[in-house]
Design a protein around this ligand. Structure first.
Ligand SMILES: Cc1cc2nc3c(=O)[nH]c(=O)nc-3n(C[C@H](O)[C@H](O)[C@H](O)COP(=O)(O)OP(=O)(O)OC[C@H]3O[C@@H](n4cnc5c(N)ncnc54)[C@H](O)[C@@H]3O)c2cc1C
Length: 313
């Protein structure tokens, strides 16, 4: 029996793994690659709901610029599963019990698995405002990040959907991508408008009217409609949305969560609970495919390192 077959058979039907990675998108697959290359028995369990699934093209990740998000993860999955000690299951993890080197994971459909280490690569869920047209346009023309999608909307009539103290910084950030910029506060501004005098762009405006709907064609914005019945043409709208962790399991099992709502990790991806690592959007506001991939590599390598330390100390 050759090397690959030997290892593949050793994980087929097996329920005991060195590492179980919860979440099999960019961070999770990247962690799995490091661990597969370290010949660790790895199970990736993924519920199939990456946050960028509605975006037609992903940008700002070298070698993959402009590629569909699902194509990037499909290629990553193919490359990761070429390592014979790595297995992938489509499922949702609903509970984790136990402790370092002896975790038990419970899934919705495929039963239980054990792991020495766990990596949460579970991402976050964006919470949409209750505005018709908003969710449908999310990731298409309602966008979260200028580095990811700003170039495609450069020079176009653009809004920023935001209220509160961070608004000035966001306006300054977008200013170089387009001068046709309006800040929509969706109700009375809750910040000092005088500070916006710093914005030298003569076309910049603040609109405090409440928004009723976004008009769009398959997610491509054409206008914002206000509660007072008026409307305004628009090509793109930036929005910084509130978010939730996709799963509360890390918090339930004691992982510290910081004030901003992210799982606390150190530079090696370790959470505050021994044997549990986390990587990607669930740990950081630096939200990009490249950051998630980098964090996954770190968590994969250092969970392996921890297993080596466990064995030799
Ligand atoms: C609309 C939008 C557009 C974006 N565009 C870009 C872009 O152009 N370029 C760029 O670099 N970045 C972009 N980003 C950011 C990028 O998509 C994220 O940073 C990246 O997806 C984070 O990867 P992740 O693996 O941490 O999380 P995700 O990709 O969100 O994946 C998390 C995975 O974990 C799974 N999961 C969660 N809980 C469980 C559970 N209990 N059991 C099993 N599985 C679970 C989910 O179903 C999901 O598959 C965009 C983000 C958004 C929201």
């Amino acid at each position: 029996m050759d090397f690959n077959n030997f290892y593949r058979q050793s994980i087929m039907g097996n329920r005991d793994f060195d590492v179980v990675i919860i979440g099999g998108s960019y961070a999770g697959l990247s962690a799995a690659m490091a661990l597969g290359r370290a010949i660790r028995k790895v199970l990736i369990i993924d519920a199939g709901k990456p946050c960028n699934r509605q975006t037609p093209h992903s940008h700002n990740f070298i070698t993959q610029d402009g590629v569909k998000p699902a194509e990037i993860s499909a290629l990553a999955k193919e490359q990761v599963l070429a390592y014979p000690t790595v297995r992938f299951e489509s499922d949702t993890v609903v509970d984790v019990i136990g402790a370092n080197n002896n975790f038990k994971l419970v899934t919705e459909e495929k039963g239980t698995f054990t792991a020495k280490k766990i990596i949460f690569a579970t991402g976050v869920r964006d919470i949409m405002p209750d505005i018709p047209g908003f969710p449908e346009s999310w990731g298409i023309s309602v966008i979260h990040c200028p580095y990811c999608h700003g170039y495609e909307y450069r020079g176009q009539k653009t809004g920023i959907f935001m209220n509160g103290e961070g608004a000035l910084e966001f306006v300054k950030l977008i200013d170089n991508w387009t001068q046709k910029l309006t800040l929509f506060t969706n109700g009375k501004a809750t910040f000092d408008k005088a500070v916006f005098n710093k914005i030298s762009n003569p076309d910049f405006r603040i609109v405090e009217k409440e928004i009723k709907a976004l008009l769009h064609d398959n997610g491509q914005l054409s206008a914002v409609v206000f509660q007072d019945g008026t409307s305004e043409k628009l090509d793109a709208l930036y929005a910084k949305l509130p978010f939730q962790q996709h799963t509360d399991i890390p918090a339930r099992i004691g992982c510290e969560i910081n004030d901003a709502g992210y799982i606390k990790v150190n530079e090696f991806g370790k959470t505050s609970v021994a044997g549990i690592f986390a990587a990607g959007d669930n740990t950081s506001r630096l939200r990009s495919v490249s950051s998630a991939v980098a964090a996954g590599t770190v968590a994969g390598a250092f969970s392996n390192h921890e297993m080596i330390s466990d064995r030799y100390i």
